[in-house]
Design a protein around this ligand. Sequence first.
Ligand code: PGA
Length: 252
Amino acid sequence: MKKLMAANWKMYKTTEEAQKTCRELIELVPDSVLNEREVLIIPPYTSLSTVWEIIRAREGFSLGAQNFYPEREGAFTGEVSPLMLLDVGCSYGLVGHSERRHLMGEGEEFISRKVRFGIQEGLSIILCIGEVLEERKQGRVKEVLVSQLRSGLSGIQGRQGVSSVLSIAYEPVWAIGTGEVAGIAEIEEAHGFIREELVSMFGGDGENVRILYGGSVKPENASAIIGIDNVDGVLVGGASLKASSFSEIISS
Ligand code: PGA
């Protein structure tokens, strides 16, 4: 299984900047690396088409969206549907990112609707989960992760072939955009909890669901993180904005 190296550009970059970064990245990533890595670019909506035009010809690069609304079409001002995202080249959609949970108030029920609907419409979903610092201090990491998995995946429990349409991103909230990285042992433990729960929900196929780590991944720590058991890729924010640093991470 190829490791998934995902760039979450959040609310950064004009179309011109996105184009420039993407062109540089394509140059910097050699074909040999793409035998073992899948590169996923998740730009803001406004740059999806621009990015797709550049990466579509390069096998091993995919396009994803940071968000979507769980309806096909309708009177939902300001929202974008999975169908529209597929139409502009997306194959992936992020769900449950901590910024959407905490800043936009997205709750568990809405998150599970998005997972179910996104998959039903043909997107591959990356469900983000992770504890806040207080929960870690209280020794509740496993409880929080299991509960987020059970509720987020409640609409697809027991689904056949889930590993081809679902990945999980473990992002401890205290490590996102802070420069704080979870330690190797902490990452290994959390990914172990997630794997266990995935196997209990999906049987043997739960072994094949990719589990990404996210939270202050950078060129200096990427290869140690990628080498941890049950780490099948990374979700990178800040360090993915520059082609040079993201390409180093991809090649780690
Ligand atoms: P960061 O963000 O790499 O800037 O910590 C990760 C994310 O939010 O996906």
